[in-house]
Design a protein around this ligand. Structure first.
Ligand code: AMP
Ligand code: MG
Length: 428
């Protein structure tokens, strides 16, 4: 997510896994930035249906292949006339014009406006030949019962209430630039331009590997001491938010061969593994990467999320996310989020709105460590939640947002002002 962090004087290479020592967040951030410089994008584009284009990243500039409108069009219900014929007309002294017929939207008319005549027109219909102006119906009154002659009660300049071809958009002009995130009105315009398919950047594919013998598939009822996985569905949602495509969640038991086999089968651009990354007897992931892949970092100075790791498996970037759901969420937001965003062609964007807020209570941290502190807003100030561990997902769900205590700060005091990230606005 690329949260603002103080740049570190340490070189990223110093961040390699060191026994017993946690790497500062800034060092990991710098390493990710370097990685993204050398792996800036996934090259592929694809053409999607118009109905699937919303929210995608445009892969090519759109040059208008036609003008909008592509014909001269009436913009009001009324009469197509020659402005000349309205000269001197007022409500009291209207001019009398003969009605020749009607121009309807989508149809038009083959009739021509001659001096002293008018053709009735509905909004959006083509302007009949000979006319240069539309007089709105509210200035027109039938002169007799047959409605053959009409009284026109206002003088108008030529061109009034007429849209010229290309007035909205001229053929050949560049209207949308590559890299734009496609908005609802863009989709409407692309349709008018006659584009059934839209060239967009391919979404990065993200593999979600969820380890834990205690876990059941998403949405399951508890069975004995086993319970449903929260991290898979949560990561799926985060990955989608960041413009990537989450592959099917793979629930894997805590067995090194099973984990390796699942890793071997993954076809993603980025691999996220949940669980098995701390120091317990079943935490095989760091070892697997060390032996059969590459382990760059293991142990990061952040709370929650300390056991997190980063490495490579068969050349693919792997994040080891702690199984504790809050830690998993935080490590994703802190480090991972920016990668699918960038690869998908989006400028990296923090997913939360921010405001400066006063702290209602002091919070202790530790120098060298970056903390993710959930809080509620009370009287406009931040009250940190009492429970700040990595395990309780309700501490995110019931919070209004969070603040970050950067590594160089060891304490925030009541009354201090700090940036608060709002959960309720977490749409990109
Ligand atoms: P681990 O990182 O595998 O050591 O797991 C740490 C804690 O998080 C344990 O209490 C796990 O039961 C819990 N946990 C691990 N993975 C998940 C998950 N996908 N969903 C919910 N809880 C999890
Ligand atoms: Mg586990």
């Amino acid at each position: 997510m690329n949260f603002p962090s103080k740049s570190s004087s340490q070189s990223p290479s110093l961040g390699s896994c060191q026994q017993g020592k946690r790497t500062p967040v800034e060092v990991v951030q710098a390493w990710i930035e370097d990685f993204l410089k050398t792996h800036p994008t996934l090259s592929g584009d694809e053409a999607v249906k118009l109905s699937e284009a919303y929210g995608r990243i445009l892969a090519k500039d759109v040059i208008a292949p036609i003008s909008i409108p592509h014909f001269q069009r009436g913009m009001m219900d009324g009469f197509a006339v020659r402005a000349e014929d309205l000269q001197g007309a007022t409500e009291e002294k209207p001019v009398l014009l003969e009605r020749l017929g009607l121009s309807r939207p989508g149809q038009g008319t083959s009739l021509q406006v001659q001096p002293g005549t008018a053709i009735q027109i509905f909004t959006g219909a083509p302007l009949p030949d000979g006319a240069d102006t539309v007089i709105p119906i509210e200035h027109c009154k039938p002169h007799n019962d047959k409605q053959t002659y009409w009284e026109m009660g206002v003088e108008l300049p030529a061109g009034k209430h007429v849209a010229e071809p290309g007035e909205d958009l001229m053929e050949g002009s560049k209207i949308l630039a590559a890299g734009r995130r496609i908005r609802p009105a863009d989709v409407g315009l692309l349709s008018m331009l006659g584009m059934k398919r839209v060239p967009v950047r391919q979404k990065p594919k993200v593999s979600l590997l969820i380890t834990g013998n205690e876990l059941l598939p998403p949405g399951s009822q508890p069975e004995g001491f086993r319970f449903a996985d929260s991290n898979g569905p949560m990561l799926q949602s985060l990955v989608q938010r960041d413009g990537a495509y989450p592959l099917e969640i793979k629930n894997v038991i805590d067995h090194p061969e099973e984990v390796k086999e699942t890793l071997r089968q993954t076809e993603a651009d980025l691999i996220l593994v949940s669980g098995g990354t701390s120091a317990g007897g079943e935490d095989y992931l760091p070892q697997i990467l060390k032996e059969d892949g590459e382990l760059i970092f293991h142990g990061i100075a952040t709370k929650p999320g300390g056991p997190a790791g980063i490495g490579f498996w068969e050349g693919k970037l792997v994040f080891l996310l702690p199984g504790n759901p809050v830690a998993c969420y935080w490590i994703y937001e802190l480090f991972v989020s920016q990668i699918p965003q960038r690869w998908g062609g989006k400028a990296t964007k923090i997913a939360y709105s921010k405001s400066m807020r006063r702290l209602n209570q002091s919070i202790l941290s530790k120098e060298g460590r970056t903390d993710f502190v959930r809080g509620t807003l009370v009287n406009g100030g931040i009250t940190p939640l009492q429970i700040q561990g990595g395990s309780r997902l309700t501490s995110i769900v019931s919070a209004d947002g969070f603040l970050i205590i950067p590594s160089e700060v060891d304490q925030l005091n009541a009354g201090d002002t700090t940036e608060f990230y709002h959960f309720e606005n977490d749409l990109l």
